[in-house]
Design a protein around this ligand. Structure first.
Ligand SMILES: [Zn+2]
Length: 183
């Protein structure tokens, strides 16, 4: 049922001209990820999000291995909820610790794309059905969350365009979709 729904989503929706199609998957190594890997064309790779704590790092280690096993490149790891900017005084609150995502990326030799703080503005935007990515008028350009989000996006596009995605072990066969990629 889930597999059929994902296939329908990939094959029957008129997407129009896309730069990228980003598919947000539930955590872990379930059927959803396998189905996408099997049926989506031209997969650039997987981006793995994590929170900074050690328990989360254990999970992403499994996910990175899973992605490598099915022969897809790991575009990189993003550390989410990495600190929090206090909405009252603007000071940094170290909520879940920091740096676990980067450490894990280094250990597994895959790119680290950056860290995004927990920000009540993201929650507010989601509640209002307004993508946080669309800039709110009046928000200062040096808003710490924006600075981090921009940096992650730039790293992400750079890794994809330069073909620097790591984690695909040499002996692994290339995913058929990856082979079709130019360069
Ligand atoms: Zn404060």
């Amino acid at each position: 049922m889930k597999t059929a729904a994902i296939r329908q989503f990939l094959e029957d929706v008129h997407w129009g001209e896309l730069d990228y199609l980003v598919v947000d998957l539930p955590p872990g190594t379930g059927d959803e990820a396998l189905t996408i890997a099997q049926f989506a064309p031209n997969i650039a790779g997987a981006v793995i999000g994590t929170t900074p704590q050690d328990v989360a790092i254990l999970d992403i280690t499994k996910v990175v291995k899973f992605v490598q096993t099915i022969g897809l490149p790991v575009i990189g790891i993003i550390e989410n909820m990495s600190g929090m900017v206090c909405p009252h005084c603007g000071k940094d609150i170290d909520l879940f610790g920091r740096g676990g995502g980067e450490r894990a990326a280094k250990e597994m030799d895959v790119p680290f794309l950056g860290a995004i703080p927990l920000d009540p503005a993201i929650r507010k935007a989601a509640d209002e059905g307004r993508p946080f990515l669309i800039r709110t008028p009046g928000m200062p350009a040096d808003n710490p969350t924006w600075v981090q989000v921009d940096s992650v996006m730039e790293n992400l596009v750079r890794v994809i365009e330069e073909g620097d995605a790591g984690g695909r072990r040499e002996e692994m066969p290339l995913h058929p979709a990856w082979k079709k990629q130019p360069g």
